[in-house]
Design a protein around this ligand. Sequence first.
Ligand SMILES: O=C(O)C1=C[C@@H](OP(=O)(O)O)[C@@H](O)[C@H](O)C1
Ligand SMILES: C=C(OP(=O)(O)O)C(=O)O
Length: 430
Amino acid sequence: MKKINLKPIDLPLTGDLSVPGDKSISHRAIIFGSLAQGKTKITRFLNGEDCLMTIKAFQAMGVKIDQQDDQVLVESEGIAGLKEPLEPIYFGNSGTTARLMLGVLAGLPFHTTIYGDLSLTKRPMDRVRDPLREMGAKIDGRDDGNLLPIAVRGQSLSGITFKPPMKSAQVKSGVLLAGLLADGETTVIETTKTRDHTENLLSAFGGSINVDGNTITLKGKQSLTGTEIEVPGDISSAAFFIVGALLVRGSHITIKNVGLNPTRTGLLDVLNQMGANLVIKETKRVGKEAIGDITVKYAELNAVEVDGDVIPRMIDEFPILALLATQVSGKTIIRDAEELKHKETDRITAVVDILNTLGAKVEGTDDGMIIEGKTPLIGGEVSSDGDHRLGMMIAIASLICQEKVTLVDPDVINISYPTFFDDLNMLQAK
Ligand SMILES: O=C(O)C1=C[C@@H](OP(=O)(O)O)[C@@H](O)[C@H](O)C1
Ligand SMILES: C=C(OP(=O)(O)O)C(=O)O
């Protein structure tokens, strides 16, 4: 397994940075572009391994998709033009591809088999399997279709009203996408609002959807039209450098053109509560998505308790928040975050293990973590464990460790942020 040595730095992070496009929006732009008739032009597409899986899935169904770095042109005849793939489709490491595509494949008139890497193969699909079966889907696979590989025999589906038992945008989106192909109306009622990019993008492609608080309703059998999509910078990628700047004394950075959709900005709220004084400036709106700049300076922070409705608004930011919490005054308590157990790794156990190996004092709980602040980090050898967000957390931790950090399996970072080390070097060079 590849390993890299990361040395502690005494250089602050400074300058301006544009992070790559949002992963969630990039996936959805490909999905809707492929379901729509005509041409869709996507700019600032995330050229990361996960989003390439979604492109390959539709190419396997006959859609013409030309991707050059962060520019993508999709040309589709729409839903009726999609063809049965001849071979099983590989979804790699991407949970979003799996949960959203299950919704799509369930309503297409052909058979598909899907599989993934070892991490994805362990992740639960029953959360989408169950509502999709209620709509009439034929899904089978390991553990009765809970685990990949999964075979889907596409069917005509009927709309349902569904209240997801977990707070998950992937589940909501899988059901809404199936609803788009189904007869009748589909309603999803969430207990807590999760990221709403599916709802926003459906409108951008000319679809009609009604959002009333946490209740989302759409009619089936809508036809969509290709369009132009500019993807905002990914706030979940920006989070690593925002926290990096808060950790390294003397840092002062601005992340430009990043997505500021309120269903994604939970980390910014928590950092402000901790005393970060971020300057957040909305500069434009593209469709229903807000875009802007975030300026952050090094600051001494205080611990807070993180729980409740903010959790889904920052679900991918917990590894990097946990690292930050090791350096603030007081004890940080994270609750209601049991969903972390179902990510690329069990992110409660994995974050606790990694940070404690580096010298921190972190305790895992059933639904979160308790992190002792102001604990010096020493260093050591730690693995990303095949989880891109853990790889980036370790790289940022190395900035403040007293000794060398050896990161095992750094290439996994390519899943969501292929230019991560270039951007880190650029911020250190100024
Ligand atoms: O819908 C999406 O694009 C995503 C939703 C979240 O997953 P859950 O829906 O499982 O919380 C998040 O962790 C993932 O990175 C992307
Ligand atoms: C959980 C993540 O992605 P996915 O579920 O798409 O694998 C993530 O990017 O942190």
